[in-house]
Design a protein around this ligand. Structure first.
Ligand code: OMP
Length: 215
């Protein structure tokens, strides 16, 4: 695990973005942990969050033309990532987002920011089953753009419909790379270093045994 990944887990815990307990996911699975990126909810949080996303992006060194943040949760993330790239990595990239209403009025006409052209880096919070991400693919395709990659905060490394993870399915179906600041395996390594977190570690491992991908 890299230093920025450990710092990100500590940041998420301090803001209760990352919580342990019993949570029913969109998929219906009952998870012992949950990541609620909406609780990064102050100016400082957003500034820091952008730096972590930018760090993961630079670390992955994938070339792309435009950052795209799908409504709603992707919007502040793409924005703060673009700011962090400019301020901390001397990289000035165009960014763009969609209005949610676009779904009701046909594709393509409801974008804000730069044009959605070229190789797109899609930015979002979490992928579990990949439903939200797949919705965004339609918007990208409707604009004649292609997907360079997907950038998220947490890869839960859960099986999708088959034996591989939902993220692996996205990578296979859209021929792109999914980058995450942290993955479940990083969270497990982090918990393993903290004796006071032993209960959570056991629960998370049991969940991984049930729903996780085989590493
Ligand atoms: P998929 O659309 O199934 O990939 O799930 C992604 C969505 O699940 C996120 O946008 C959240 O609404 C929600 N989610 C989290 O935010 N954090 C988690 O730890 C787990 C989920 C989830 O329900 O799977």
């Amino acid at each position: 695990m890299k230093a920025y990944q450990r710092q990100f887990i500590e940041f998420a815990l301090s803001k209760q973005v990352l919580k342990f307990g019993e949570f029913t996911l969109k998929s219906g699975r009952v998870s012992p942990y949950f990541f609620n990126a909406g609780l990064f909810n102050t100016g400082r949080d957003l500034a820091l969050l952008g730096r972590f996303y930018a760090e993961a992006l630079v670390d992955a060194s994938i070339t792309f033309d435009v950052l795209f943040g799908p409504a709603y949760k992707g919007i502040p993330i793409a924005t703060t990532t673009a700011v962090a790239l400019a301020e901390h990595h001397e990289t000035d990239v165009p960014y763009c987002f969609n209005r949610k209403e676009a779904k009701d009025h046909g594709e393509g006409g409801n974008l804000v920011g730069s044009a959605l052209q070229g190789r797109i880096m899609l930015v979002d919070d979490v992928i579990t089953a990949g439903t939200a991400i797949r919705e965004s693919m339609g918007i990208i395709a409707a604009n004649g753009a292609t997907l360079a990659g997907v950038l998220i905060a947490l890869d839960r490394q859960e099986r999708g419909t088959g034996a591989i993870s939902a993220i692996q399915e996205v990578e296979r179906d859209y021929q792109c790379q999914v980058i995450s600041i942290i993955a479940l395996q990083d969270l497990i390594s982090f918990l393993a270093e903290k004796p006071e977190m032993a209960v959570h570690l056991d629960a998370v491992k049991a969940y991984r045994d049930r729903y996780g991908i085989t590493a």
